[in-house]
Ligand binder design. Sequence first.
Ligand code: ZN
Length: 375
Amino acid sequence: MRAAVLHAFGDLRVEPWADPVPAADEAVLAVLGVQPSITEAMLVSGAPIALHEHLTRRLAAGPVAFAGHEFCAVVLEPPADPSVPSPPVGTRVIAAETVECTTCGGCRTGAGCARPEYVGFTRPGAFAELLAVPARNLVVVPPEVSTAAAVATQPLVGALHAHAALAVAPGESVLVLGSGVMGLHAVQLARRGNAGLVAATSRSAAKRGLATRLGADVALTPDQADDPDVVSELTGGQGFDVVVETAGGAPEAGLAGASTLRTAARAARRSGRIALVSVLPDDARLPLATLREKALTLVHPESGRRHHRGGDQFEHALRLLARGDVLVDELVTHTLAGVDELPRAVAMTLDKAAHGAVNPPQVMMAGSQRIEEVG
Ligand SMILES: [Zn+2]
């Protein structure tokens, strides 16, 4: 098969790579479509965020088949062990990227696996024509959900975790910083959840319009959200009950650095909650004085866990998409064709603003249409 192989930071090439050798409980999947996550794109570029050191160590030992946890595929081969439940051959699936070991103390108590693997990060992912995934991680895609929407499901799961972690009470005001994919999901979930006033921010007038169409009552520029008078006017002098921070991250990837955390702390009411959805480096500056003074709570949502706080997060996300409760298709602005386009998709993800992209560009594999028809 062909796969995207990282030779050094910033040097991702598509080249021949060994077909996956599945363990007895793993299914082999043929990839229909995949998109880079912003985290993957930043890691490829060498950004010092979580898993950077892990990747540095692996690169020292040789090239690494890297990336691809946001994908849709069809089951090509079921697990070799017939006692392992699996969707049948030809079924369209996505996968929860956190592969839990099932045997450690954390797995047994439900607290979370002590030694998880991550599809696309610590084990090969869908930046390839084929991949192997434990069958217990597979989630069947309902027929109402397009392959493009299925590829884009994982960020919605992240947004669901953030929404749950914030426990928004009926009528609480919610400020969403950033109107990228995570921000727009946060807007839609707040609107369909308990939120009262929903405000969103973006530097882009087009994205402010999109945020309003998807359920925001008010769309602000970043400067307006940072202005105490504007926030006071909107919230009756209180500040926002809840802030969802999605705009921070590497400035070289078009993100806002850590300055949006300062905005979040300023805009939140006393004893308010802030969800940090952005992926920031350890040395990012935190507004500790404001967090302390206002007794703010900073929460860090889970991202790729399937079972957490209730039901199956991935099945729930797919149900929201199938019913049209959350819209994602119109966020998919760019589609590329064929495995060889994977490095270009990463480059475009690091520069989405220049391309006018909302969702990261998706790569549909050659023959994906044919595979789907056969499936
Ligand atoms: Zn475990």
